[in-house]
Design a protein around this ligand. Structure first.
Ligand code: F6P
Length: 542
């Protein structure tokens, strides 16, 4: 943080210490609190009134955003400046969801011609597969196997599940783990002659993906012969020289560019499996939803700018209150993989401890992000959120209308979502719990023993995202809102949200250890690893 931002955060801490942070009393003080602490982006409503942020705190937080230069850096990003300073790259996944005919300059070139050409090629190919004119050796392609990991898996996998009600194309399977179980169990479910393998890898070097891709290739060659590779594999990558070496035809290799980060790539060729599932028109709606958020982010004043407000609520919880974690709780079963998707988006982007200038930060950066769909979480980990010793701010995601309406399921789902945010805020005092026990006819001794266990501290902050329905457009909006939230927070924390050096060391050491695992020698490791290697060897040989 720059010194001015640091000072404003200190002011916020002092203000919180003086005022207290009782959320309930803020509603008593401000009859219009819901209106004052909610905002809209298109049809989506963000309610952040159930946090301890009041007018003064909000105004200081908006100062933080201004003082950190969020607006100027946002302009730099959209202007194609190399804001990914450690990799010397522009950051422009927003170009991928711009309407054809727009102009986006990166390194002095309008990239939209290439973006549109790939988008059109993907659509033509997807339409061909979906209508059966693009065939495999065994006829119409009924199954797609997407092989990728990280951003080359989580985006399309999360979105394909999220948009299941719009899925009218071939079945889509996702293989990511290098654990052989993943690819083997998937291969057992498909027929080689009618399966298309989509090898999704920005670099086309990732160990997990290339190992799974080669296993799939060997399987196809064994079943159908070497000649079948051309018809049964496509590649999505920035490394088109490597895809050709693998045996993939030029017209089946869909490219993208180094200004698209892996975890920001679902809008690019990496979205092909999703497009095959839901069709190019729905995919266009998905892009349009994200584009609408880009426009909102660029044009709305900070105080009404939903991704900026999301970011500032997060800054308040992380840097003013010191909360370590953040839960994402979709009351929308199709968003089951959304928390996992956000884990990569948020934690790989903002899990950093060094500033743009290479200095160690002395403030907290990205929180631990986790979650599961409600109401399942209610019967598992909500106990800790309600009564545990850590305060965990949570985002609740709720659709007003179900894609799969039946009976009163959806009304009950919504009642649970709203009830949870209310319970987390209100809590229940020991006196209240005692009164309930008294009414239930318990003895005074029992009341004294049980009341503390039945009390809830309350005052636990939540944000609610309420949207009409989970359509392709709304999913595009939701993802883009979180993308820009991550950008704003990274700007305030002065960290580069677009590199991921923290994943490299483990990869390096795995490379060094493989020869030892294979029994081919190599360097001696520390005593623990040597112990594990010896135990592994004896288990394998014994
Ligand atoms: O190891 C992390 C990472 O680089 C992610 O950032 C990326 O999404 C993933 O690996 C997959 O990389 P690729 O698409 O190059 O295979």
């Amino acid at each position: 943080m720059n010194p001015v931002v640091h000072a404003t955060i200190d002011l916020l801490k002092t203000y919180r210490a003086e005022q207290g942070d009782d959320i309930g009393s803020l509603f008593a003080e401000d009859g219009a609190r819901f209106d004052n602490f909610s905002a809209k982006c298109g049809d989506l409503l963000l309610d952040y009134s159930k946090t301890a942020i009041d007018q003064r705190a909000k105004s200081l937080l908006l100062d933080v955003a201004r003082e950190a230069g969020v607006e100027a850096r946002r302009e730099d990003m959209f202007a194609g400046a190399s804001i990914n300073v450690t990799e010397g790259r522009a950051v422009h996944h927003m170009a991928l969801r711009m309407p054809s005919g727009s102009e986006v300059m990166i390194d002095g070139q309008n990239v939209m011609k290439d973006v549109t050409a790939v988008r059109d090629a993907m659509a033509a190919f997807a339409n061909g597969v979906r209508c059966g004119s693009v065939k495999g050796g065994g006829g119409v392609l009924t199954d797609i196997v997407n092989i990728g990991i990280g951003g080359s898996d989580l985006g399309p996998a999360m979105a394909t599940l999220a948009l299941a009600p719009y899925h009218d194309g071939p079945r889509v399977h996702f293989v990511s783990n290098i654990d052989g179980a993943d690819i083997l169990e998937t291969l057992a479910r498909v027929d080689a002659g009618t399966t298309l393998f989509v090898i999704a890898s920005k670099t086309f070097t990732t160990q997990e993906t290339m190992t799974n891709a080669r296993t799939a290739r060997n399987w196809v060659v064994e079943k159908l012969g070497e000649g079948a590779v051309a018809d049964h594999f496509v590649a999505l990558s920035t490394a088109l020289d490597k895809t050709a070496e693998f045996g993939i035809r030029d017209d089946r290799a869909f490219g993208f560019w180094d200004w698209v980060g892996g975890r920001y790539s679902v809008w690019s060729a990496i979205g092909l499996s999703l497009m095959l599932a839901i069709g190019p028109e729905n995919f266009d709606d998905f892009l349009a939803g994200a584009h609408a958020v880009d426009e909102h982010f660029c044009t709305m004043p900070l105080e009404e700018n939903v991704p900026v407000l999301m970011a500032l609520v997060g800054i308040y919880h992380r840097n003013v209150c010191g909360y370590d974690a953040k839960a994402v709780l979709p009351y929308d079963n199709h968003l089951a993989r959304f928390p996992a998707y956000l884990q990569q988006l948020d934690m790989e982007s903002n899990g950093k401890g060094v500033t743009f200038d290479g200095e160690q930060v002395d403030w907290q950066t990205g929180p631990i992000v986790w979650g599961e769909p409600g109401t399942n979480g209610q019967h598992a980990f909500y106990q800790l959120i309600h009564q545990g010793t850590s305060v965990i701010p949570a985002d609740f995601l709720v659709a007003a209308e179900a894609n799969n309406a039946i009976g009163d399921h959806h009304e009950k789902l919504i009642a649970n979502a709203f009830a949870q945010t209310e319970a987390l805020m209100r809590g229940k005092s020991v006196e209240h719990a005692a009164e309930e026990l008294r009414k239930a006819g318990k003895s005074e001794a029992e009341i004294e023993r049980l009341a503390p266990h039945k009390a809830f501290p309350g005052n636990r902050p939540t944000c609610t995202f309420l949207y009409p329905k989970l359509t392709p457009h709304m999913l595009g909006m939701l993802i883009a809102l979180y993308e820009h939230k991550v950008f704003v927070q990274g700007t305030i924390w002065r960290i580069n949200s677009f590199d991921q050096w923290g994943v490299e060391l483990g990869k390096e050491l795995a490379g060094e250890l493989l020869p030892r695992i294979l029994g081919e020698g190599g360097e001696t490791r520390n005593a623990s690893t040597e112990g594990l290697l010896a135990a592994f060897k004896s288990m394998r040989n014994g």
